[in-house]
Design a protein around this ligand. Sequence first.
Ligand code: MG
Length: 368
Amino acid sequence: MKIVRIFAHRVQLPLVEGSYNWSGGKSVSVLDSTIVGVETDQGLVGYGEVCPLGPFYLPAFAEGVRSGLRELGPHVLGMDPRELNKLNLRMDAALKGHPHVKTGIDIACWDILGKWTGLPACVLLGGRFGESVQLYRAISQIPPDEMASNVAHYRQQGYTRFQLKVGGDPDEDIRRIVAARAVLMPTDRLVADANTGWTQHEAIRVVNAVRHLDVYIEQPCLTYDECLAVRRNTSLPFVLDETIDGLDVLLRAKQDRAMDIVNLKISKLGGLTKSKQVRDLCVSMGIAMTLEDSWGGDITTAAIAHLAHSTPEQFRFTSTDFNSYNTVSNADGAPRREHGRMRASETPGLGVVPKPDVIGPIVVDVHE
Ligand code: MG
């Protein structure tokens, strides 16, 4: 079997809440997502999706994904999509870095492997653990009382885990954390995610002010060393996200005892193959994970569900159902949240079928 065509569609994903705001005044109202298709000489087609959270979250932007596919696409034509490690080595040899560009091709090839074997991707990724995957809800940054109201609102919908977008003014962030915790039950989990937004002294003020609360602190500062300094000044459980973008820094963080939980995003790491590698290593090292992506629609949500569902339950901290944040659905068959949980599909591959009327015309087309 060989790859004969790489193509892509562009899909706009407006947000149910109108906008999504996080640290440093960053905000997005319409996400720009790329649906990547990989076609084989045997007629099998697989799909992936890549959706950066605007151009200012990770070092990636939407048009860069599509431009990168035009650059990288010709190098994977003729390769067997079922040989995932070989495919990834080829992509790394042809294009240095740019994990977002590689992610769509890699996910689409897992979809093909599933369709070819007749197995859901989660089985191929290691096996289906448990009945369903617990979800968190990200709470966009607005005034403290309104964020607490949103926590209560989404709790009514079945969520029991919440990620507060902080990383703004530290005094207001302290009020955000206190207000949100006050509307939760003791068994609910709350994460205060600063998304790199605090300087070191601000972060230490915040963790000291909320030390009496049951709250996790996620990625307080921009650099690894600043985060480590904060970590060493708090007893609150600690999550690293933006700075953990590969194996080197993960191993260093393990050695430094720099976190209790690591946030793995599929497109930050370069696809399901590399996410599986990092995930399996985390399981071996005893580190629990948030398994997710930067953003996305139905196809990304399906990929997250398969990665999370194939992770042993005690190592799954949370995941999220991005398709419920958007007003547009770009594929049929994706997981739908029930009581704050989702399940990976039981059909072959990712189990999704893109909607032709939503994904529109082909905007990248690389073929022999
Ligand atoms: Mg995070």
